[in-house]
Design a protein around this ligand. Structure first.
Ligand code: NAD
Length: 370
């Protein structure tokens, strides 16, 4: 298989971890006989430095011409004082809009070898396996007006929560499709006791569910969902919610099983290309120290293999390699614990690559004796 991948490393540790995902994709190409072509573009602060904008047209063009997009992270203190339209995060919001990335998928998976890294007790997080599906291009973050003014001598402010019914329908449908391939349960999160937008969300969820009699639908209010994620995270399979609720809940879900450095994500559009990125930011506090955990980026590459290219076996090979490396006791600083072997970013990447390629060697040896 031949595929073009746009790589946007961005800022800070984005560059360090993206290198890991690219190396691992190359190793997969080598082991399974695929050709992946990588083209690099700028986004975020590094794009502001080079082009005076957080998302140059060249980058959007590059992404549109590619089969999938791999992103690192954007942001950093150097850019914090810039006017809003030049902030690195603007680049991220804009690429989502430009590519029509309406759904963000964040899996949260329990790794038995990392049980000690979770802030929760093992018996609570054991066997957690959920996917948060967040609507990504509507709601409060994009509604207009969003502005401050003065009325009768008072400072006032307004943000607008706007959704079209169709925007709700497509993301909820996606959640049901996903649940069908998993444990068959959708939890729809809203605030229907207060917000009109949530009442419409709930109505749409009910409507969509009629076409999926094999999938169970439950409605949970967002405040209750925040509590249940801590008390009983095992109860969730696929969770679907609007943009701002999803932003908050997916970060909460992300720390259940340990470090931010372990969590991948995929953003899906109607026609592609899809975009893959670790959920963490540019981590300026550890930038350039070769200590960042590259596994979230590497696991994002596994999601790319599965969702964009339909390469399930190859995706599994990456996920299995990550598991094997963790089981062998290798840990970056963020997930290190007593008795484990602490390794740098580059060493962790090498271990995962070697584990993927070792299988090739083993198969060759077995072939020679067949
Ligand atoms: N998608 C994105 O690009 C994205 C997401 C969140 C934040 N940001 C931006 O990143 C910058 C820093 O934000 P922040 O500090 O709030 O969040 P962050 O995710 O960058 O870091 C939070 C904490 O987690 C640690 N951490 C994050 N990723 C890690 C990894 N792979 N390995 C080891 N430790 C890791 C960091 O060292 C830090 O202590 C800001 O400019 C913010 O706007 C970007």
């Amino acid at each position: 298989m031949k595929k073009r991948i746009a790589v946007l490393p961005g800022d800070g540790i984005g560059k360090e971890v993206t290198r890991g995902a690219v190396d691992v994709l190359k190793a997969i190409g080598e082991r399974f006989g695929h050709q992946f072509y990588f083209s690099y573009g700028k986004i975020g602060g590094s794009a502001v430095d080079s082009f005076g904008t957080p998302l140059p047209d060249e980058t959007v063009e590059l992404c549109r011409e590619s089969d999938a997009v791999l992103l690192g992270a954007v942001g950093g203190p150097k850019y914090d004082q810039l006017p809003v339209h030049l902030r690195p995060e603007r680049g991220l919001l804009k690429i989502r809009k430009e590519l029509g990335l309406y759904a963000n998928l964040r899996p949260t998976l329990y790794y038995s070898s990392l049980a000690e890294s979770s802030p929760l007790r093992k018996e609570i997080i054991e066997d957690v396996d959920m996917v948060m599906v967040r609507e990504l291009t509507g709601g409060l973050y994009f509604g207009k007006p969003s502005e401050r003014s003065t009325q009768n001598g008072q400072d006032v402010v307004v943000d607008t929560l706007f959704y079209q019914r169709e925007e709700m329908t497509r993301v909820i449908k996606l959640a049901f499709d996903l649940a069908r391939q998993r444990k068959g349960k959708v939890t729809s999160v809203d605030k229907a006791n207060v917000l009109e937008s949530s009442r419409m969300w709930r109505e749409v969820a009910e409507e969509v569910s009629k076409a999926y009699p094999d999938v169970t639908l439950e409605h949970v209010l967002v405040d209750n969902a925040a509590m249940q994620l801590i008390k009983n995270p095992r109860k969730f399979d696929v969770v679907v919610t609007e943009n701002m609720f999803g932003d908050i809940l997916s970060d909460e879900a992300s720390v259940l099983t340990g470090s931010l450095g372990m969590l991948p994500s995929a953003s899906l559009s109607e026609k592609g290309p899809y975009l893959y990125e670790p959920i963490h930011g540019s981590a300026p506090d550890i930038e350039g120290q070769n200590v960042a955990n590259p596994l979230a980026s590497i696991l994002s590459a596994a999601m790319m293999l599965r969702l964009s290219f339909g390469l399930e076996e190859e995706a599994k090979a990456v996920e299995n390699a990550v598991n094997e490396v963790l089981n062998a006791g290798y840990r970056t600083k963020d997930i290190s614990s007593f008795g484990k072997k602490q390794v740098s970013t580059t060493e962790m990447i090498e271990e995962v690559k070697a584990t993927i390629l070792d299988h090739e060697t083993i198969l060759n040896i077995m072939g020679a004796y067949a």
